[in-house]
Design a protein around this ligand. Structure first.
Ligand code: HEC
Length: 194
């Protein structure tokens, strides 16, 4: 039974390949290329909306700015219900605290774990608040990022965060991470231990 099913599948594949070859040669002769007609080309506007990545060195950061003082009310309204009033955690985990990561079950917070302030901005902008992602303006994301950094005693209440100042913040655990621009080995075979 299993064998005949395989044969049928193989036969169907062979037929599809043959049909495709016929289509291709027909298309070449007739001019227009036949496509499966799946999806449609992404517009420049759509690409821009999804092209949100911010690099550790700050490439991709938008215009705008904010301070922790401005971010506090936004945080309390949009984030505290899951992360606690002072970032102590709740359903969404702790955001503040500088406890050692060597504890048996450490809280990985922004203060003791996150390597770059720039990618904190990226994460909050694209993924938070979890119940309504990507609904904050860029100014609000700068402000709320500043407040999370303030809770971790990394910036002051009135320090202005923007595309220029954010990449210059040095996160406490920066050196605990391997740079993502590190050169990769040429092939898996050259990885240590293989
Ligand atoms: C409805 C609940 C909820 C709300 C509201 C929410 N978060 Fe989160 N947040 C989560 C959960 C759950 C995670 C863990 C997600 C994961 O690990 O992928 C998380 C993860 C995070 C992280 C990463 C933490 C880490 O150490 O990896 C940050 C930073 C963060 N949230 C910031 C915010 C900010 C700022 C707001 C408000 C603008 C917010 N969150 C609102 C639920 C929430």
């Amino acid at each position: 039974m299993a064998r005949s099913r395989t044969c049928t599948r193989e036969l169907r594949c062979a037929l599809l390949v043959a049909q495709f070859a016929v289509l291709q040669s027909g298309a070449a002769a007739a001019g227009p290329v036949l496509t499966p007609e799946l999806g449609h080309p992404a517009s420049a506007e759509l690409v821009a909306r999804w092209n949100l990545s911010i690099y550790p060195d700050g490439r991709g950061l938008p215009a705008g700015h904010g301070t922790a003082a401005q971010g506090r009310p936004i945080y309390q309204a949009r984030c505290a219900k899951c992360h606690g009033t002072d970032g102590e955690g709740g359903s969404g985990g702790a955001l503040a605290g500088r406890g050692p990561l060597t504890d048996p079950d450490p809280d990985q917070t922004v203060g003791n774990y996150w390597p770059y302030a720039t990618t904190l901005f990226d994460f909050i902008r694209r993924a938070m608040p979890m119940d309504a992602p990507a609904t904050l303006s860029d100014d609000e994301v700068f402000a709320v990022s500043a407040f999370v950094l303030y809770l971790n005693r990394i910036v002051g209440l009135d320090d202005r965060l923007d595309a220029d100042s954010l990449p210059r913040i040095r996160m406490p655990n920066r050196d605990g991470f391997i740079g993502i621009d590190a050169e990769l080995p040429a092939s898996p075979a050259s990885l240590p231990g293989r």
